[in-house]
Design a protein around this ligand. Sequence first.
Ligand SMILES: O=C(O)Cc1cc(O)ccc1O
Ligand SMILES: [Fe+2]
Length: 454
Amino acid sequence: MPVTNFSTPEKYTYLPGFATYHESEAIPNTIPIAQNAPQKPAHGLYAEKLSGTAFTAPRHENQQAWLYRIVPASAHSSFDPLDLSPKLNPPTSENGRWHQIPNQLRWSPFDLDDQASWVDGMHLVAGAGDAALKHGLGILVFAVGKSMERRTAYYSADGDALIVLQHGVLDVTTEFGKILVRPGEIFVIPRGIRYRVDLPDGPARGYILELYSGHFALPELGPIGTNGLANGGDFQCPVAAFEEDFEDGNTYTLVAKFAGKLFRAKQDHTPFDVVGWKGNYYPYKYDLGRFNTMGTISYDHPDPSIFTVLTAQSDKPGTAIADFVIFPPRWLVGEDTFRPPYYHRNCMSEFMGMICGEYDAKIGGGFLPAGASLHNVMSAHGPDAETHKKASEAPLKPVKVGEGSMAFMFESCLMVGVTEWGLHKCDKVQEDYNKESWEGLKGHFKRPDGEAAR
Ligand SMILES: O=C(O)Cc1cc(O)ccc1O
Ligand SMILES: [Fe+2]
């Protein structure tokens, strides 16, 4: 699977730029000049605002969009509960509790599912906090084999979803236009935006980080300077596109995720009726092959924060509710250096997934594409015994690691709990993870006087 797509022709066109002001219209002269809500918007449209932050959020954090649409988003029936929620339900008092355990966990690859569509193909595996309190994150896996019904749309009121595609292609219709998400790309759909997922190329699978508070941002670059890591100009957002589907008898289903539960409403027209939009709150994608990877050119193993694509900061500067970090193919040249990830205990929790290939801390196997691992707060981890042996003896020539591979990490300052589905029902947790990885690590200590320590 290619990790770089950026030269491949695309079905859709996009606007470039991260968290920047854009405007896009499918019909000329849709967006009013120098105002937002004229008495009579152009072409008989309605003006509607979508707020991604509080009205009074600081100017540099404020995110909003104005949509010029055929019928306002409120024109639907009231919501009824939809009975798929047990998979997604956050473990609250009414629904059991998070399993908060210090065990190192590893999951074998999650299965493809040719029966599920987007709405019923998502499973909450782990997370922290509470969507209702707008604090924390949800970690989900998805496996889908069917396009959503044509007259269906989905949104989540719980947070912004960062979707890491592991397999297949997602053809996403959103209120802001269309986005094709291809292997090696990630897709961010902010809170509240309605979308439909079609599968043009068979089943799809991947991971979702749902962020209950704030929004993703590019990390500061500090002494790195002006460019590097994920460059803002390489993010892509859709151009306005709309459907006209208002015939009598058309019934659309609108599915909402709200505080971890699913609800369903009906409406007689398409929700994808936005003829023009403007603002800085919109869905976007990013091709991980565009990442400008940094590393040491002298010695020692830098912290993986140098591989941060996007970050969602907590109130404490430098401490993230969620960082999205990748491990792309890269050259290792460190002299007198143990080159794989160091042995480690972290005050943060580390959930990792594998898009393709092999991860350089686990050549002993078991961490596989479509699988995952969780090293919680202060749970010790690091290279398996085989990786340690090989890396401590390897000649330190420049080597390229991770060719054709891409692992990633969701790192959070919160303790990450595991759902009942994630720990038991999915049946993917590897019982022998510790044994296979670290029991083979033997002491090699020798006292300087030559006597063996044990
Ligand atoms: O594999 C891990 O645990 C992630 C990780 C990678 C790395 O290069 C350094 C530290 C770290 O936690
Ligand atoms: Fe780690």
